[in-house]
Design a protein around this ligand. Structure first.
Ligand code: TXA
Ligand code: MG
Length: 367
């Protein structure tokens, strides 16, 4: 099977909607990354979805629903009334109800996923048997158009083989899954470029960050008027989003995170000793400086290819380019190693810097 790439036209949408209704998988654009979508109410479709991605079944899926701008609350209510959420989510004056409403009113459609108590119609395969369900309303207009044309939510994990770099264009999806799925709906390059932020709202008050992502934590905290707790449990161990394994987003080549700015002498001395063809990912520095510094240090080799995430030191741009730059460097012929500059400390734990650092350090963790 070779995936057919559908244009983002009325006709492309119609074919995609029909395929989904007939129980097929369709890769769809969202504002974060491309998702591999299937009917959330059909067990066989969900089984196909796990198989196509080679995803372990303990890793639950995010439900994607329709929500017009400004109508996030209505969308959440419909999802609950359709039996996917515990009705308690709808209760006003409870923390669960009030916090959920405030967030979706402000941020849906957009890169925010909520983990909420589950209702009877959420299939075990979608939730991995957990008592909760993850849901978001993607902002990409084609995703919204498609969701409003089909009478069921879509489960849509990122459209990559399990553990690999997430796709941010139709051609990335084709490279990952093109021989395994029938259709890819082409919606251009993703605007955000990293996955949604995942928050678990606790019925008894409080909200936990399960995955940093495209919506900055600060924006969520400002809306809830409370600090998020981290996803880690008290022992500081397992993160609660089960698929959030330490090693993820893995490139083909081993990725090494440098200790600091690539122009730092420590990082330069590490690079100077590399004796295999390698590629370099810089956050914001001028690549000429690094090259000069390496030349002066009489390095064994200069990088075969160097990419800069954001010449303008703009974390939003860096997030947007992260996965596509990693994919580009990883696919350079003859490369045997990847080296990356970490997010400079001034960005690290704020805005999108947190999400970028999370993805980079997990891409660098060895399995
Ligand atoms: O931006 C995104 O969220 C993208 C696009 C396609 O929408 N989707 C995405 O899906 O990133 P995926 O499957 O690659 O990541 C979903 C994450 C997993 O880490 C999973 O463990 C977590 O969501 N998750 C799903 N249901 C959960 C639940 N009930 N409790 C905790 N975590 C959950
Ligand atoms: Mg993923």
């Amino acid at each position: 099977m070779k995936a057919l790439v559908l244009p983002g036209t009325a006709q492309g949408l119609e074919i995609a909607a029909r395929a989904l209704t007939e129980g097929e998988l369709v890769a769809i654009p969202t504002e974060t990354v491309y998702g591999l979508a299937g009917n959330a109410k059909d067990e066989r479709v969900l089984a196909d979805l796990f198989d196509a991605k080679e995803r372990p079944r303990f890793d639950p899926l995010i439900f994607h629903i329709a929500a017009a701008p400004g109508h996030g609350v209505r969308a959440l209510e419909k999802f609950a009334n359709d039996g996917f959420l515990d009705p308690a989510v709808l209760q006003k004056k409870s923390w669960l109800g009030d916090a959920s409403r405030a967030l979706v009113e402000r941020f849906w459609p957009g890169p925010l996923t909520l983990v909420l108590p589950r209702g009877p119609n959420a299939l075990d395969l979608a939730t991995s048997g957990l008592p909760t369900v993850a849901v978001r309303a993607p902002a990409h207009p084609l995703a919204q158009a498609l969701l409003s044309q089909v009478p069921f939510p879509l489960c849509a994990p990122s459209a990559n083989r399990f553990g690999r770099i997430s796709p941010t264009s139709a051609s990335d999806v084709a490279a990952e899954l093109g021989d395994r799925i029938p259709f890819i709906l082409d919606g251009g390059r993703c605007a955000v470029g990293v996955e949604s932020t995942i928050i678990a709202i606790q019925p008894d008050g409080g909200a936990r960050l399960l995955r940093p992502g495209g919506l900055p934590v600060e924006a969520i905290e400002a809306t809830l008027q409370t600090k998020l707790t981290s996803g880690k449990n008290q022992e500081g161990a397992a993160v609660e989003a089960p698929g959030n394994l330490a090693s993820h987003y893995a490139p083909r080549c081993k990725l090494t995170l440098l200790p600091g700015l690539a122009t730092d002498s420590v990082s330069v001395s590490i690079l100077a000793k590399v004796n295999l063809p390698y590629a370099l990912l810089l956050f914001a520095s001028d690549p000429m400086n690094v090259t000069d510094a390496l030349r002066q240090s009489q390095s064994l080799r200069l990088p075969v290819r160097t990419l800069v995430l954001t010449e303008r030191s703009n974390p939003t741009e860096a997030a947007n380019r992260l996965f596509s730059c990693l994919r580009d460097l990883d696919s350079q012929e003859g490369i045997e190693g990847l080296y990356a500059e970490p997010v400079p400390s001034r960005f690290q734990l704020s805005g999108l810097g947190y999400a970028i650092q999370d993805r980079l350090s997990r891409a660098a963790t060895e399995t």
